[in-house]
Design a protein around this ligand. Structure first.
Ligand code: PMP
Length: 457
């Protein structure tokens, strides 16, 4: 049982002393004081099925015993050296992590958050190419540091500051459901489950978005002088947006032809989450020049990394580059344990199996409820888009979305929310969930919709 401050006291402290920019989830916010695998416990001991994993961060399970053990063994031995002396763990971990990458992606720099990782990738790309301009897709989220805030192209997360957009270009988002050129030919009929958008190269939507990218190069950018393009493999914060097949592969070739590097942001899609592959970019059949990762890499421990080729990494040799905590012994011990658990418990395979089953269950709900406009995703990276009008794909009004979302919480399931209009339920749980958990979540969502919008039955 929880014996700390009262619920009221916690709310009061939050109101009076914590930064007001902390996200306030739910009308009656949750106080979580313990977690175990896919479960979270509130201050009254109520148990919740965690379908969001602290925003896709808890990859192998809350307080996973093996990760806990690795961390506590390391804390008893050594916390910190700032890498001014060598410690064995960072070396062991670097070997393990780069072994997960194809091609010449063999050099790693450890940092502490996704924003830092993307900051560093921007810096490397600019130093390596000698170019300034970086492209990203509208609706993407790459971080909140002053550098990455500009890269993030999602109005919800943008502050009106001069210089934020310096050297950054946001291009049309190849979104087959809400995008301007849609992809209606590939998303209208039968519900797609557990695969990339099946638009082949040559499909109308894929071509339209790619042509727009080509036009941007032609008209707006100094020829042959681009530093990089960034993309998530499936947009996370943007609402689980999957790109038409072939788009990223062709975009990467175009960026390279213009002197730039392609950066895959695997902060949400890495570490087996998409099921079919360990890295999301592998599902798009191309090899990036730089890969950034955070969140699931540490199962909730502050740890992130940039992996690239030795040649690109060498660009940082022009001056000293320093990070106090990057790759510290505790983070490295956790990182190794996370990789061990993913392998030993075959969590990538579990993501594929449970994810496919989950998507199929949600697709059945879509047939039952008009307000479920789209069910999409891959593995345990799932989105359920709620709409007011299915034909026009208009987002469901926010109060209804909030109502359904909160009801799910009251019924014991925590979903995330995202998308430009906040109308996409995001399902990205710890990868240890079971078929029974998927069933429970689908049942809870059905009941929440029925109770919130009885006319939808
Ligand atoms: N990239 C992506 C795809 C993310 O989802 C996030 C966080 N939501 C980040 C980068 C930034 O990570 P952090 O919050 O650790 O800085």
């Amino acid at each position: 049982a929880y014996k700390g401050s009262s619920y009221e006291q916690i709310l009061k402290t939050r109101r009076n002393h914590l930064t007001p920019n902390l996200l306030a989830h739910f009308k009656k916010p949750l106080v979580i004081h313990a977690g175990h695998m896919q479960w979270l416990y509130d201050h009254e001991g109520r148990r919740y099925l965690d379908m969001f994993g602290g925003i896709v961060t808890v990859s192998v399970g809350h307080c996973h015993p093996k990760v806990n053990q690795a961390l506590s063994e390391q804390t008893a031995k050594l916390w910190h050296t700032t890498n001014i002396y060598m410690h064995p763990k960072i070396h062991e971990y670097a070997e393990r992590l780069v072994a997960k990458f194809p091609g010449n992606l063999k050099s790693v720099c450890f940092v502490n958050s996704g924003s830092e990782a993307n900051d560093l990738a921007m810096l490397m790309a600019r130093l390596h190419t000698g170019n300034q301009d970086i492209l990203s897709l509208r609706n993407c989220y790459h971080g909140m540091s002053p550098y990455t805030m500009g890269l993030t192209a999602h109005s919800t997360w943008r502050f009106p500051l001069p210089g934020v957009n310096n050297g950054l270009v946001h291009v049309m988002n190849p979104d087959p459901y809400q995008g301007i050129w849609g992809g209606s030919n590939c998303r209208d009929s039968p519900v797609q489950t557990n695969r990339d958008c099946q638009c082949a190269v040559g499909c109308q939507a894929s071509d339209a978005y790619y042509n727009e990218l080509e036009e941007t190069f032609k008209y707006s950018l100094p020829r042959g002088k681009v530093a990089a393009m960034f993309a998530e493999s499936i947009q996370g914060v943007g609402g689980t947006v999957q790109f038409p097949k072939g788009y990223l592969k062709r975009a990467a070739a175009l960026v390279r032809a213009n002197g730039g590097l392609f950066v895959a942001d695997e902060v949400q899609t890495g570490f087996g989450r998409t099921g079919e592959h360990f890295w999301g970019f592998e599902g798009h059949d191309y090899l990036p020049d730089i890969v950034t990762m955070a969140k699931g890499i540490g199962n909730g421990f502050p740890l992130a990394a940039v992996v690239t080729t030795p040649e690109i990494a060498a660009s940082l040799g022009q001056a000293l580059h320093f990070n106090t905590y990057g790759g510290n012994p505790m983070a490295s011990a956790v990182g190794i344990a996370v990789l061990d658990v993913i392998e030993e418990e075959q969590l990538q395979r579990n993501s594929l199996e449970v994810g496919t089953y989950f998507l199929t269950g949600l697709a059945k709900l879509q047939q039952r409820f008009e307000i479920i406009g789209d069910v999409r995703g891959k593995g345990l990276m799932i989105g359920v888009e709620l709409v007011g009008n299915r034909e026009k794909r208009t987002p469901l009004a926010t109060p209804h979305v909030l109502d359904i979302w909160e009801k799910c919480k009251d019924l014991g399931v925590l979903f995330g929310r995202g998308g430009l209009h906040g109308n996409v339920l995001r399902i990205k749980p710890p990868m240890c969930i079971t078929l029974a958990d998927a069933n429970f979540a689908v049942d809870v969502l059905a009941r929440a919709i029925t109770e919130s919008l009885p006319e939808n039955n």
